[in-house]
Ligand binder design. Structure first.
Ligand code: ACO
Length: 336
């Protein structure tokens, strides 16, 4: 990014997860599986899932309230909302518009969704960086929220073991002290391997034309292909992102990866030669919460004392698309 761009400050963050917990043992009531099988292959023990009418909108709203409060702002200060969901509860109105409505914002600030699956938080940070950097907007609310438990096929033991529900939010603003909290950031996509993870929208042809087959609109995933793709693509990409930041891997305090599979997290840890204390993992308790997984891991890591602020972190994520992204960011005191 050119020097004339305005620097960005990460001002506040928050997260929210539903109260209902489903353990691996609970899943044995649905199909033939075991806690041992799931835990050894994924690192997951339990996940949170929505119940009743609760949805990603509720989770995203709560996470956003916390992020705005931590930023020391009022909701009227926000001048743009970008929401990242793998699949929002409604395709339209967007998740961002639903959250704007929940806040009762009457000032008509733009609100839109940006779909990049589990890379959504990093993608939306890049978009916000452009919008703030160019001076178009000043205080942007980024919300990553998903209720994956409504999208998985609960008969499919290959996918339904993995996902959980949750939301994370981040308020970003122009850094008036001139210090940019994004030291480097890059996002990528390869649509030619989109079939690795996909979810169709339901739909059928007009009755006046030839009928078509009804599509299955649950999450489909070629787990092994995803795994191989990630462990071959992400390490070099992360190296480039670190180099771009002007830091060395050793200088960065924490790795906060997308929580998709503990074995993938460990592969990245091994590549970076990081001790356990530098690697933030909470997949055991939440499973894969899509784009929300990085902000949840970050804020919860601070709450639990695993992350000390006034530090730096390497974020990296990947997801359907396939999409992927990484960023080296500054974690200022007081952001969460
Ligand atoms: N319990 C018991 N057995 C199971 C289960 C289960 N829950 N699921 C699958 N099996 C069986 C299969 O039927 C298969 O049996 P078979 O050999 O008799 O046919 C065997 O276990 C192996 O199945 P695989 O699918 O090959 O298992 P694998 O070792 O690849 O593990 C897993 C599956 C955990 C999904 C792994 O591939 C993975 O984590 N991949 C990465 C997934 C990922 O990171 N996704 C990111 C999504 S991000 C986004 O954007 C949505």
């Amino acid at each position: 990014m050119q020097n004339s761009y305005k620097p960005l400050r990460i001002a506040g963050m928050g997260y929210s997860v539903p109260e209902t917990i489903i353990t691996n043992d609970d899943l044995t009531k649905l199909y033939d599986t075991s806690d041992e099988w799931i835990y050894t292959r994924t690192g997951i023990k339990e996940r949170r899932i929505v119940s009743g009418n609760e949805s990603a909108v509720d989770l995203g709203f709560i996470a956003s309230q916390k992020a705005i409060e931590k930023a020391g702002m009022k909701v009227e200060d926000i001048d743009c909302i970008i929401a990242a969901a793998s699949a929002p509860p409604q395709l339209y109105p967007s998740l961002a518009c639903n959250i704007q409505a929940r806040f009762g914002m009457a000032n008509h600030v733009p609100a839109f969704d940006m779909t990049a699956a589990c890379s959504g938080l990093i993608y939306s940070l890049q978009v916000a960086r452009g919008l703030i950097g160019s001076g178009l907007y000043k205080n942007i609310l980024l919300v990553a929220a998903d209720n994956n438990s409504r999208l998985v096929d609960w008969n499919d033991r290959g996918t339904s073991i993995l996902f959980g529900d949750g939301a994370g939010a981040m308020v970003v603003t122009e850094a008036e002290d001139g210090i940019d909290d994004v030291l480097s950031l890059d996002i990528r996509a390869d649509g030619s391997i989109g079939q690795y993870i996909y979810m169709n929208m339901p739909g059928k042809n007009c009755p006046l034309v030839e009928p078509c087959d009804e599509v299955d609109s649950t999450i489909h995933m070629a787990g092994r292909d995803v795994y191989k793709f990630v462990v071959t693509t992400l390490p070099d990409f992360i190296d480039e992102c670190i180099e771009e930041s002007g830091m060395s891997a050793d200088d960065i305090d924490y790795l906060i990866p997308h929580q998709a599979n503990q074995r993938i997290i460990e592969a990245m840890q091994a590549r970076l030669k990081y001790p356990d204390e530098k690697v933030i993992s909470n997949i055991e308790y939440y499973g894969n919460t899509s784009a929300a997984s990085i902000p949840i891991a970050l804020v919860e890591g601070v709450e639990k004392g695993k992350i000390k602020l006034n530090s730096t972190a390497l974020l990296c994520g990947f997801g359907a698309g396939m999409t992927w992204g990484a960023a080296v960011i500054r974690l200022r005191e007081g952001i969460c």
